[in-house]
Design a protein around this ligand. Structure first.
Ligand code: SAH
Length: 467
């Protein structure tokens, strides 16, 4: 592609809609243009940064006429940090855009027919709504133009979120609106301590350094888990841990991981307890859930509760049915449905999550739940059907990649009356339902907003066996 095309300016482009990654979508000479940092309804001059056969990518140079759905972002890090891309859009419009993303996926990817998609269920809270955040330490924090042009000697150590498209740069976060107190205080306090004692911040390119990653999880009644990942053991580790526990007595679970691997995931590494308990417990309605350091748990608790209620309603239970909950995590949906079912079966890949699920069944005195560890595609089949009976209802809540094709095929063999498909990725959800369309009919579609100010949308779809 020639330079001329790359820097071409397109003037007075109208942004028509939003794409699934949050970018604005416009049309120019019958070609689709994806534009970053705009709002649907804006009229903007844009600069083309990439030109492909099918589409162009561009960035906004100047907003000629701002969209009516714009609002002022509340966070100082907006526009730099990749976290809340839609903070400049009014919340009610975010909800409508999410609904539209679901409609688009079902139509374009699934080629499906379906009843009118419901309004997106709004999140009860739109700030401080997350119960888990993960921060990264880096010795090469991102610098603003202002900092660079100040000519001052600048420290480069920072802790925060990855700068989009610059894998080794970290936006040094001072206040984040996603998680309630004392999340900000804890992160800032570790930074302060580390700078004062000249502790090493991780070098993401060389993959070495002491402070690496920080995970903070909280529950609604105020339990707090902090997990610090370090690149190697060091005499400073117990000192830093003691310091944290002293400064924040509200931390109920303080843990650490020594991780010298190439990546930050620690599913395959031991998590060590420094002080407190090795888990936290969250309440959801009458149920209590135990959450360990490796367990998946929905990050927007109150909204997850609303979503589970919706799933229960759609399952239309009468106490007699057998329910399979695929990709069950710590068994939240499984246990939520148990009291209205004859039997529930949860299937989940991560053994630690299943351990928690079994404990959760016990502490909630649920006697009709069974859990299996393994890949859904290997577990679902004749053996468990012989043992527990054919499911009347299947709830499936796979990761972003959707269901394995074998799982879809097995579901078609088993033919449950209802399938409730919960998904955090409308594209793979539409693909999978497309494969089932011959046998199943879409009865209702319910987008749910778990992640305010981001383009992410959770979607619950009720499928019924065609008669
Ligand atoms: N329904 C749960 C968890 C959903 S998240 C809840 O609402 O809390 C998706 C879950 O699928 C994760 O716990 C993940 O560990 C699990 N998972 C991912 N791939 C899997 C597979 N192939 N088989 C079974 N479980 C899998």
């Amino acid at each position: 592609m020639g330079r001329k095309v790359r820097n071409q300016i397109l003037t007075a482009v109208t942004i028509e809609s939003a794409a699934s990654d949050g970018k604005g979508v416009a049309r120019w000479n019958n070609q689709v243009v994806f534009v970053e940092g705009v709002a649907p309804g804006d009229v903007v001059d844009v600069r083309v940064i990439r030109k492909k056969r099918q589409y162009m990518e561009a960035i906004a140079e100047q907003v000629v006429q701002p969209s009516k759905i714009r609002t002022d972002p509340f966070c100082d890090h907006f526009g730099v940090c990749g976290g809340c891309k839609w903070q400049h859009l009014k919340y009610k419009n975010q909800l409508e855009l999410k609904r539209q993303l679901v409609v688009d996926s079902l139509q374009r990817i699934g080629g499906l027919t379906f009843p009118e998609v419901q309004q997106t269920l709004a999140s009860p809270q739109t700030q401080y709504h997350r119960n888990k955040l993960e921060f990264t330490f880096s010795n090469r924090r991102w610098l603003s133009h202002q900092e660079i042009s100040s000519g001052m000697e600048l420290g480069r150590n920072g802790v925060g979120f990855h700068k989009p498209r610059q894998f080794d740069k970290i936006v040094d976060v001072h206040h984040c609106y996603l998680q309630p107190d004392p999340s900000n205080q804890i992160r800032n306090s570790i930074r302060e301590y580390a700078l004062k004692h000249e502790l090493g911040f991780f070098d993401i390119r060389k993959k070495q350094g002491f402070l690496r990653n920080l995970i903070i999880r909280n529950t609604e009644k105020g339990e707090l888990m902090v997990i610090l990942q370090v690149g190697h053991d060091d005499p400073w580790l117990p000192r830093l841990m003691d310091h944290l526990q002293k400064q924040f007595p509200e931390i109920t679970s303080l843990q650490y991981v020594i991780n010298d691997k190439g990546n930050e995931t620690f599913f395959d590494l031991p998590v060590r307890l420094h002080s407190g308990s090795n888990f936290i417990t969250d309440n959801m309605g009458d149920l209590r859930f135990r959450i360990g350091p490796k367990s998946f748990y929905q990050t927007n608790g109150p909204q997850a509760h609303e979503m589970y209620k919706l799933v229960r309603e759609l399952a239309a239970l009468n106490g007699q049915q057998v329910i399979y909950d695929l990709y069950s995590g710590t068994g939240t949906i499984t246990l939520f449905l148990a009291s209205s079912a004859r039997q529930v079966v949860g299937i989940e890949l991560v053994p630690e999550a299943i351990e928690d699920a079994r404990i959760n069944a016990e502490i909630n005195q649920v006697g009709n739940a069974n859990f299996y560890t393994g890949d859904t595609k290997d577990i679902i089949g004749e053996t468990i059907i012989k043992r527990h009976g054919k499911p009347d209802v299947v709830v499936t809540d796979p990761p972003r990649s959707g269901m394995h094709r074998d799982v879809v095929e097995k579901l078609m063999d088993i033919n449950p009356e209802r399938i409730i498909y919960v998904s955090c990725n409308p594209a793979t959800q539409a693909r999978d339902i497309g494969l089932m369309a011959e046998h199943y009919e879409i009865r209702s579609v319910h987008p749910v907003d778990m992640f305010p100010h981001t383009p992410h949308v959770e979607c619950v779809i009720l499928l019924e066996l065609r008669k």
